[in-house]
Design a protein around this ligand. Structure first.
Ligand code: SF4
Ligand code: SF4
Length: 341
């Protein structure tokens, strides 16, 4: 394990930025978001960013290819730009776990090479939480906020940041930081982890469980009468899907520039009325069906196809951002029975 004082963190950032583009959470009047580090940028103390770090691997919009026509000839132009090395610093345990959920979608057949390239070129430096808040419920999904995964795992104490490289990529980067970090033992980190665990035990959602949900429970929940009331006020705005680190639906469209065609993909939302709309119309005609789809996917369909793994990481973003205060916790409490209240 290595450490540096918080005061000297800029030297570490500067060293990383010599190797690759570095992104850190930074505050602005709009809240906290990942931005590229430049000299003088200040690391945010916020627990969570507005947008999750999923954007680094699966951006909201990206050009896939271009077509240029000349008479009867069609030229296909590969305009990929996802081959650049980059480092994302300060990723929380919940968001790190979301990458595994996305990997199980994008890195199986049909293999998504755009996503795969970014995963290959990105290094994740995670940051253990010290002050989880009332919207956090990562422990419901067996995620430990005080012990994140990542290529390099960081812990922050009052005066220092501790670094623990755990993967090959992490070790390679850590070796380059030797001059700006020093050897450390784990006693301060262990004490910090214990403190965070104490806070987690007292969180309002500490006892929320997902035990009632999971693989092969479609028949149990699909026709539940509760969906009607739960979905009644949903605006279909899609905010919950856009802030969610694990939502992965997208659309692919062609745009005619007048000189050719650009094929791009952009995020889509199962909450939208035109989602999966085809010539015959939409396969989910009511907001109840669309709303049910989102939560059944996270709590039942995804686990059914992925060895029981849920596709929610308890980051709490949808709790904070939904304009009508509807969210997955309310769904779990309503459908999960009295024990989950
Ligand atoms: S649940 Fe909330 S955030 Fe999601 S689509 Fe409905 S109103 Fe929008
Ligand atoms: S459903 Fe909500 S709490 Fe769960 S991962 Fe998505 S945004 Fe976070």
């Amino acid at each position: 394990m290595r450490k540096c004082s918080i005061q000297n963190l800029d030297a570490v950032f500067s060293k990383i930025a010599e190797e690759a583009k570095l992104y850190i959470p930074q505050d602005s009047e709009k809240g906290t978001d990942y931005k590229e580090w430049t000299e003088g940028a200040v690391l945010s103390n916020a627990l969570n960013t507005n947008r999750s770090p999923k954007d680094f691997f699966f951006p909201q919009t990206e050009n896939l290819m271009e077509f240029k026509t000349s008479g009867k000839e069609i030229e296909i132009i590969d305009n990929r730009d996802e081959m650049e090395d980059f480092v994302v610093f300060g990723v929380r345990a919940c968001d790190v776990k979301s990458f595994e959920i996305l990997d199980r979608v994008f890195l199986v057949e049909p293999y998504d090479s755009y996503y795969a390239n970014r995963r290959e070129h990105g290094v994740i430096i995670s940051m253990a939480c010290t002050r989880p808040v009332e919207t956090c419920f990562c422990q419901t999904f067996d995620i430990d906020a005080a012990n994140p995964e990542g290529d390099i795992v960081c812990h922050k104490t009052e005066n220092d940041i501790f670094f623990n490289a755990v993967t090959e990529k992490g070790n390679a980067l850590m070796a380059k930081l030797e001059g700006v970090t020093e050897d450390a033992d784990s006693s301060e980190v262990d004490a910090q982890i214990e403190k965070t665990h104490e806070i987690m035990k007292k969180l309002p959602l500490a006892n929320l469980t997902a035990d009632k949900f999971g693989a092969d429970k479609t028949n149990e929940f699909f026709d539940a009468p509760e969906w009607k009331e739960l979905s009644q006020s949903c605006l279909g705005c899609g905010t919950c899907t856009f802030v969610c680190p694990t939502c992965q639906c997208y659309d692919i469209k062609d745009y005619n520039t007048g000189h050719g065609v650009i094929r791009f993909r952009c995020w889509d939302s199962c909450m939208y009325s035109d989602f999966t709309k085809m010539a015959h119309g939409n396969s989910r005609n009511s907001q109840l069906e669309r709303f049910r789809q989102r939560f059944m996917h996270k709590l039942v369909y995804y686990p059914t196809n992925n060895d029981g793994l849920f596709s929610c990481v308890g980051c709490g973003r949808c709790l904070a951002k939904c304009p009508i205060s509807m969210n997955i916790v309310k769904v779990m409490k309503t459908l999960g029975g009295k024990d989950n209240e």
